[in-house]
Write a protein that binds this ligand. Structure first.
Ligand code: SF4
Ligand code: SF4
Length: 382
C-alpha cells in the first residue's frame, strides 16, 4: 500500500467495532447507517469475521463491539461472541433488542458476553413505535427485564431530538423503573439518516436547555446510583468534539462488507478509497493505508486549525461534519466558533425554530424512514 507517512507515531487500535450487518427490522429516522446501505449486501462470513477479530486482537485491540444494523439478525452472533471472548476481548452487544430471545441471551451469557446496550426510541409506546416505524416497545421492555434477569448491568441508550426532548423526564423515569445503571441520552447527530431528516429532528435551543436542566435535576436527586450521560448535539456547541478521539487513533470500524472505517460515517467522504479486509491485512489497513493516514497528525489541517492551540484537544473536530457542512473534509469542523463557516451552523439552528412552527401547521417535509426502498432512492421519500 502506498501511504503517506504519518507525522506522529501511530498507536494500535483499542476498539474494534464489528458492524455485522446493515439489516435491521427497525426503520429509525435518525439511523447512522449510510443512506445507501441497501446497496451493500455482501456481508463478511463467520470465518472472515474470526480472522478480522484475530488480527485486530494481535494488533492490540481490547474492546469489541457487535453492532449493525441489528447484529441479532446474524445467526452466527453467538459464535462470534464466543470467539471474541476466546481471543480475550471485552465484548459488547449493541442492540435494538429485536431477536434477543431468552435462549440466545442464555447462550451468550454462557459464552461470556460482557455487556449489552439496549436502545429505546422513547418512553411511550406510541412515540417509540412511530420513530422506529415498528411495534417494538413492548418487546424492548421484555428484553430489558431479561437483561436484568441475566445479571447484566442495565445500559440503555435513547436518541433525543425534537420529538422526545420535552419528555426526557418520563424517559428517565422509565429507565429508573427498569433498574438502569447507565443511561445514555444522546442527542441526534446529523449523519446518515439523521442528516436526511435534520429539519424534522433538530430541536430548538430552548428545548435543549429545558431538557438539560431536567437531566441535571435528576442527577442531583439520584446521585451516583445511576450514571446519566447527556450528549449535546454538536450544532449547539462552540467547540467540536474530538471525533473518535482523532482519526485513526483508537477506533477501527469494519462495515458489513469488510470495508475498514476510521469512524461510522466516514463513507460519506468522497475521494477516499477505504480499504477492505478481504484484500488487506488489518495491520496494513491500520498503519499503512492512505485512508487511515489521511487525517492523522496535523499536516492536513488548514487555517484556523493549523495554528490553533486547541488542535491537540479536538483534532479539528469531525471530518464528516466538516464535509457535510462546508464541502471540504479538511476544513475546521464548522461547529467551532473559530471556523469561518460557523455562522452557517447558527443559521441551521435558527431554522429549527421556523421548522417547528411549520410542523405545527403541517407544512414540513414528512420524515424519511430508514427503509430499503428509501435507501435505494438515495434517502428521498416516496
Ligand atoms: S438506529 Fe434504528 S434502524 Fe438504525 S440500526 Fe439502530 S435500530 Fe436499526
Ligand atoms: S480552530 Fe480547529 S483546532 Fe481550533 S478549536 Fe476550532 S476546530 Fe479545534
Amino acid at each position: 500500500m502506498n501511504a503517506p507517512e504519518p507525522r506522529q507515531a501511530v498507536a494500535a487500535p483499542l476498539w474494534l467495532l464489528a458492524e455485522l450487518t446493515y439489516r435491521c427490522p427497525l426503520h429509525c429516522a435518525f439511523c447512522y447507517n449510510p443512506v445507501d446501505y441497501a446497496r451493500d449486501r455482501a456481508e463478511l462470513s463467520t470465518g472472515q469475521w474470526f480472522d478480522v477479530m484475530r488480527q485486530a486482537r494481535q494488533l492490540g485491540a481490547a474492546q469489541l463491539g457487535f453492532s449493525g444494523g441489528e447484529p441479532l439478525v446474524r445467526d452466527d452472533l453467538e459464535e462470534l461472541v464466543g470467539e471474541g471472548r476466546r481471543l480475550g476481548f471485552y465484548t459488547n452487544l449493541i442492540t435494538s433488542g429485536v431477536g434477543l430471545t431468552e435462549t440466545r441471551l442464555a447462550r451468550m451469557k454462557e459464552l461470556g458476553l460482557d455487556h449489552i446496550q439496549l436502545s429505546f426510541q422513547d418512553s411511550t409506546r406510541e412515540m417509540n413505535d412511530f420513530l422506529s416505524s415498528t411495534r417494538t416497545f413492548d418487546l424492548k421492555a421484555r428484553v430489558a427485564r431479561l437483561i436484568k434477569q441475566y445479571d447484566y448491568p442495565m445500559v440503555l441508550n435513547v436518541v433525543l431530538h425534537r420529538f422526545n426532548l420535552d419528555h426526557v423526564d418520563r424517559i428517565i423515569d422509565m429507565a429508573l423503573e427498569m433498574g438502569v445503571d447507565y443511561l445514555e441520552l444522546a442527542n441526534t447527530q446529523y449523519y446518515g439518516w439523521g442528516l436526511v431528516n435534520r429539519e424534522q429532528l433538530m430541536p430548538t435551543r430552548e428545548q435543549l436547555q429545558r431538557a438539560e436542566a431536567v437531566v441535571n435535576d435528576y442527577r442531583a436527586r439520584i446521585g451516583n446510583k445511576v450514571r446519566i450521560l447527556f450528549v449535546v448535539p454538536d450544532y449547539f456547541e462552540e467547540r467540536p468534539k474530538a471525533c473518535m478521539n482523532g482519526w485513526g487513533s483508537v477506533f477501527l470500524g469494519i462495515a458489513p462488507d469488510g470495508t475498514a472505517l476510521p469512524c461510522h460515517a466516514a463513507r460519506s467522504l468522497p475521494g477516499i478509497a477505504f480499504p477492505n479486509v478481504r484484500e488487506h491485512s488489518v495491520k496494513d489497513i491500520w498503519y499503512a493505508s492512505g485512508a487511515f493516514n489521511r487525517y492523522r497528525g496535523d499536516a492536513w489541517m488548514k487555517s484556523p486549525c493549523r495554528a490553533c492551540p486547541e488542535k491537540d484537544k479536538d483534532f479539528g473536530g469531525c471530518r464528516c461534519q466538516a464535509y457535510a457542512l462546508t464541502g471540504d473534509a479538511a476544513n475546521a469542523d464548522p461547529v467551532c466558533s473559530r471556523s469561518p463557516q460557523h455562522a452557517d451552523v447558527h443559521a441551521i439552528v435558527m431554522q429549527a425554530q421556523a421548522a417547528q412552527e411549520a410542523a405545527r401547521r403541517q407544512q414540513v417535509q414528512p420524515i424519511v424512514f430508514r427503509t430499503d426502498a428509501n435507501s435505494r432512492r438515495g434517502g428521498s421519500g416516496p
